[in-house]
Design a protein around this ligand. Structure first.
Ligand code: ATP
Ligand code: MG
Length: 139
């Protein structure tokens, strides 16, 4: 039923809970888990001398987030594919989902955003609206 599961991970407590859910489902269905983390490309700085440096810095910080997720997953009986994406969160998550023919996207209700009072974060809201497969939002 679930062969390719996308887990959208931003390092937040919510996404950590989503990770545990995604892990349980991937185990149960012997699925491939596509672990996605998106970082913002500082494209407004394109052409400036610091662009490369800033990009490299953001990329390695983003890789560290994926490494943490890997560690939280621990030893797994299923395949894990890491996807480090630069760009816009929603677009990038949906692109990975499309490319791997995801049958489920698992994510947190909220993330690292600081705006209190929001029930569902903007990335989750957009993914729920635009995804072509079921979305599990964990809180
Ligand atoms: P907002 O970003 O709208 O201020 P928020 O940070 O509280 O609010 P979202 O960003 O929508 O909420 O986060 C909801 C979920 O979306 C997270 O738990 C995570 O699963 C996923 N997500 C958010 N940002 C990223 C990211 N950069 N890479 C991968 N997944 C992400
Ligand atoms: Mg956010």
């Amino acid at each position: 039923m679930f062969k390719n599961i996308v887990l959208a991970y931003d390092g937040s407590e919510y996404s950590q809970k989503a990770l545990q859910r995604a892990k349980a489902i991937a185990e149960r269905f012997e699925a491939t888990l596509w672990l996605v983390h998106v970082f913002r490309n500082p494209s407004d700085l394109l052409g400036y001398t610091d662009f490369e440096k800033l990009f490299a810095k953001r990329k390695s910080a983003a890789q560290a987030v994926l490494d943490d997720a890997r560690q939280e997953l621990g030893r797994t009986t299923f395949t894990v594919q890491e996807k480090l994406q630069d760009g816009l969160e929603t677009e990038s998550i949906l692109k990975v989902a499309e490319n791997c023919k995801a049958d489920l996207i698992v994510m947190g209700t909220r993330g690292l955003g600081t705006v209190k009072g929001l029930l569902v974060g903007s990335v989750s809201r957009k993914v729920i609206h635009l995804a072509e497969c079921p979305v599990m939002v964990v809180h």
